[in-house]
Design a protein around this ligand. Structure first.
Ligand code: HEC
Length: 208
């Protein structure tokens, strides 16, 4: 092979490789857009949902906090609300700015750390980084799922579940709450299609 033929062969090979990669990328994103690649919650024959597995390895999006000290001594949920989204649903959001069918969010409640160095009135603790609130123990788990087929009658097709407002172990299964208990407040107040992205900087930053 002459030098110029070799160069031409190399160029053609590279072009073929790039074309192949572009084609593959196209196939992947087309599959993702119809929600076909979304990891779904598992349901039982009676319609209850199973507690998710490994939700603490999902994408962590934010941790709102409503402490007792700022809520007349008794907040409905005095814990941190650690919110996670299942990773395939996060990837879909980052690509499209939409919650795919099958999207799952969990909210895990985590008590404010208590200890000797904490103020009994405000519950704020003195730690090496300063005075404030720090996370203690796990204290509850909630889930929301979008499923157009299963929850066709729910606004936005979202259903809401609780595996208990207590320390672990959480319940193994849960049944969906009535619309007024959960979904109505989300529909009225959440920034993005029933999800409170106004409190989740990770989701705002990823929105295309
Ligand atoms: C009065 C309003 C209100 C009601 C009622 C409500 N929520 Fe929420 N929910 C919020 C707010 C505000 C957030 C944002 C994070 C936070 O502050 O906890 C949230 C966040 C969530 C999230 C994280 C994903 C998201 O949509 O932002 C889940 C999961 C969740 N709630 C489940 C439930 C369940 C289960 C119920 C019913 C038992 C419920 N919620 C009832 C206001 C509400």
């Amino acid at each position: 092979m002459s030098r110029s033929t070799k160069r031409l062969t190399a160029a053609l090979l590279a072009a073929g490789f790039i074309a192949g990669a572009v084609a593959l990328d196209h196939v992947t994103s087309a599959a993702a857009q119809d929600g076909g690649d979304i990891v779904r919650a598992s349901f039982n024959a009676n319609g209850s949902v199973n507690v998710p597995e490994n939700w603490r390895t999902w994408v962590f999006v934010g941790a709102p906090l409503t402490p007792n000290a700022l809520n007349g001594g008794k907040a409905a949920f005095p814990e941190y609300h650690n919110v996670y989204i299942e990773p395939s649903a996060f990837a879909h959001w980052a690509r499209t700015g939409e919650w795919a069918d099958g999207t799952q969010f969990v909210k895990e409640l985590v008590l404010i750390r208590e200890g000797q160095d904490c103020d009994p009135e405000t519950a704020a603790c003195f730690e090496s980084s300063g005075q404030g609130y720090f996370q203690g123990e796990f204290a509850g788990l909630e889930l929301k799922v979008r499923d157009a087929e299963r929850f066709a009658d729910e606004p936005g097709n979202w259903a809401y579940f609780s595996f208990g407002h207590q320390p672990e172990p959480y319940a193994a299964t849960a049944t969906a709450f009535p619309t007024e208990s959960c979904n109505a407040c989300h529909e009225a107040n959440a920034a993005d299609d029933f999800v409170f992205t106004q409190y989740y900087p990770v989701l705002r930053a990823a929105k295309p």
